[in-house]
Design a protein around this ligand. Structure first.
Ligand SMILES: C[S@@+](CC[C@H](N)C(=O)[O-])C[C@H]1O[C@@H](n2cnc3c(N)ncnc32)[C@H](O)[C@@H]1O
Length: 312
């Protein structure tokens, strides 16, 4: 298999070989890439499947759409890149006249381009407006949340999505310092609130991650989307999900577990009356993680977890 080396590309796809191998098996012909990014995985899916395979790739980010459209041009009509949330995948597929797919990919989280485009506000390496929206034209930005939420709401977000033990202290410092509009301002406030630590990681990292998850409502969107995506799979079709956060991975694990179980009655029920029937088989008992080689060459792969399920 030809790996996309991605050296020249703005985002290097993680767990590339593993994902493409699982999704192109079983003579798969129709693919849905829910998170196009720079189009690395999409390109691999088309390259490594049969010459008449087709792909629809979605993304919320206009820059990602432009990049993947350019990258997938050589595949002509086989690739369609559409600006939409993967929550809208059923409608998008219907509009394209597709009645199902053989392979679905979700590569969650942020792309390297998003981190590197300072003005998007995802990274405190650049001084920029606190934005962090995947779709920069829709919804509330990080500064709306930082300036509008109560201290306890902020503390909850930073605690839950950032797994930050100083969440209350940070929330208090934010409320005292607002209004806040820039990445540098926020990062400095978090660093001061946390104080000296022995950690190598910048103390602002967890708070930035938490706000990004909240701005894009990422966990709710994932839990809503995955069951509907499973519905779109043809028999023997596969869904592969790469997550980067333990909370995302837990959601994927639980949705897969439920979808692969015949009865979901509570344990105290002696006779099943839920009528639930398994629709998938989980192919990854444990999530697949990056190889030593990949860890050496792509630090982003460190926290990547890949889970795959196959439609019954
Ligand atoms: C890690 S990147 C994907 C990288 C891609 N696999 C590649 O090879 O370049 C994740 C992408 O998901 C997009 N995204 C996040 N939430 C989304 C949603 N609800 N619907 C569609 N795309 C979304 C982000 O804008 C980002 O471009």
């Amino acid at each position: 298999m030809n790996a996309v080396q991605g050296q020249e590309a703005p985002h290097r796809p993680v767990l590339y070989q593993e994902t493409i191998q699982y999704l192109t098996a079983k003579n798969a012909k129709r693919f849905l890439d829910c998170t196009a990014g720079a189009g690395g995985h999409s390109e691999g899916l088309l390259r490594e499947s049969s010459p008449d395979s087709e792909l629809i790739a979605l993304d919320l980010d206009p820059t990602a759409i432009a990049l993947s459209q350019e990258r997938l041009k050589p595949f002509g009509n086989r690739a369609k890149v559409i600006k939409a949330s993967y929550l809208e995948a059923p409608q998008v597929l219907q509009a394209q006249g597709w009645d199902g797919v053989d392979g679905i990919l979700m590569d969650l989280g942020v792309s390297s381009m998003q981190f590197d485009q300072g003005e998007r506000g995802f990274s405190f390496r650049f001084d920029a407006p606190l934005d962090m929206r995947f779709d920069p034209n829709k919804g509330q930005s990080a500064s709306d949340l930082v300036n509008g939420l109560s201290e306890s709401e902020l503390a909850q977000i930073i605690w839950e999505y950032g797994e930050e033990k100083y969440s209350r202290r940070i929330a208090k410092a934010i409320v005292q310092a607002r209004p806040l509009y820039s990445t540098f301002e926020l990062a400095e406030i978090v660093r001061k609130a946390v104080g000296k630590t022995r950690e190598q990681q910048d103390p602002a990292t967890r708070t930035f991650q938490a706000l990004r998850i909240a701005v894009n409502d990422e966990l709710n969107v994932i839990s809503q989307a995955v069951p509907n995506l499973i519905e779109l799979l043809q028999t023997n079709g596969r869904i592969a999900i790469i997550s980067f956060h333990s909370l995302e991975d837990r959601i994927v694990k639980n949705v897969f577990r439920q979808a692969s179980t015949d009865c979901i009655c509570p344990p105290e029920k002696l006779i099943c009356d839920c009528g639930h029937v398994a629709t998938v088989k989980v192919l990854t008992k444990r999530p697949i993680t990056a190889s030593e080689d990949e860890l050496q060459t792509n630090p982003r792969s460190r926290s990547a977890r890949l889970r795959i399920a196959q439609k019954l």
